[in-house]
Design a protein around this ligand. Structure first.
Ligand SMILES: [Zn+2]
Length: 359
């Protein structure tokens, strides 16, 4: 009896060990996959606008796998309508694997994963290291193969050729308007050193209107923006760039807010939050980025922007935006002002946060 039990125990232990070994192997395979950085096509400009077949491919896969988010009751962008209709007619065996691995409900992590890779349709690993600290790399094991298979099965290049003019037009508009908007963002921050080497803007027409992602990977601050009305929304471009320009500084200084106070504020805000700001750091970064966004907006739009933030449960934006008036009145850099700026949250009564009751 005891012998049988110990044999069973040993077998279970062995299975556990093998499972652990496989998981560690998968983790290492993705995390340390050899990278082949593309030859530098650097023009030396700080801001580049790129028509990007990789991101198109990722979002085509997401749409095929069930991603149907839409913003502000706008109809899907024509490029998204064409692509979805095209994919609906195809037989796509890779979809089973894609549905298993993609985060269809909240694709931020898929976007960051995708930016580790090079041009479609090869999708060679282009950036070394792992830039999604919150998630183990093994969750993405095999996703690059599945995306390559999807591209092949869908003959995705032919629908890409069809919709590419929409991307070119969007990129053209961004090339004209985005650099001055980003320059005014940099002028506002007065950074002594830039935390990134450059900013790459990628129009993403297969996503919801006014959606955006602003990850930083390998020295590049990405600004991935969904469709907006014409002309393109510069607030959105500034917002996503601020995640790369200001986000790391806010994170480095997050200790300026007492831990216990941070917990009180987060507890007070959590029930009203409409976005996924699971950690205090992500909530603080989003609030700081939006506060600067409010100050960059024309004064007549500021009240509206704050109400909009509060309707989404982001009650820290107003006190942070108000505290920026003192920063603007002096000449130093935001780097120097940050500890003092974030410390205003220590004085806040969580019960006083101006939050609009959800409708
Ligand atoms: Zn944001």
């Amino acid at each position: 009896m005891s012998l049988r039990r110990s044999t069973a125990g040993r077998a279970a232990g062995l299975i556990l060990l093998v499972g652990l070994g496989l998981a560690l192997g998968a983790e290492a395979a993705v995390r340390f996959q050899p990278a082949h950085p593309p030859l530098a096509d650097d023009t030396g400009a700080l801001v580049e606008v790129r028509v990007d077949e990789r991101i198109f491919t990722l979002f085509a896969a997401l749409n095929a796998a069930g991603y149907d988010r839409q913003g502000f009751e706008e109809a899907y962008h024509p490029a998204r309508q064409i692509t979805r209709a095209y994919l609906a007619e195809r037989r796509l065996p890779s979809l089973t694997r894609l549905r298993w691995r993609l985060n269809v409900a909240q694709p931020y992590s898929d976007v960051v994963w995708c930016l580790h890779f090079g041009e479609a349709p090869q999708f060679k690993r282009a950036v070394g290291g792992w830039h999604l600290p919150a998630l183990p790399a093994l969750l993405f094991f095999g996703l690059d193969d599945a995306v390559r298979a999807f591209y092949r099965e869908a003959d995705l290049g032919s629908v890409w050729a069809q919709v590419q003019p929409y991307y070119q037009a969007e990129a053209e508009a961004l090339r004209a308007a985005a650099p001055p908007a980003l320059q005014s963002t940099l002028d506002y921050l007065r950074l002594r050193t830039l935390p990134i080497d450059r900013i790459v803007i990628i129009p993403n027409l297969l996503d919801a209107h006014w959606s955006g992602y602003g990850p930083e990977i390998g020295g590049v601050g990405y600004v991935i923006v969904g469709p907006t009305r014409q002309p393109p929304s510069l607030d959105l471009v500034q917002h996503e760039a601020l995640h790369s320009l200001l986000g790391p500084l806010v994170n480095a200084d997050a200790g300026s807010v007492d831990r216990a106070q941070a917990e009180r504020l987060q507890t007070a805000l959590r029930p009203g939050l409409t976005g996924s700001y699971g950690t205090w750091e992500s909530l603080l970064e989003e609030s700081a980025v939006r506060a600067v966004g409010v100050r960059l907006t024309e004064p007549e739009w500021r009240a509206n922007a704050l109400l909009n933030d509060e309707a989404q449960g982001l009650g820290l934006v107003r006190p942070l935006a108000e505290a920026l008036a003192a920063y603007e009145a002096q000449a130093g850099s935001i780097e120097d002002y940050l500890p003092q700026w974030l410390a205003v949250l220590n004085e806040l009564d969580p019960a006083s946060l101006g939050l609009t009751a959800p409708e």
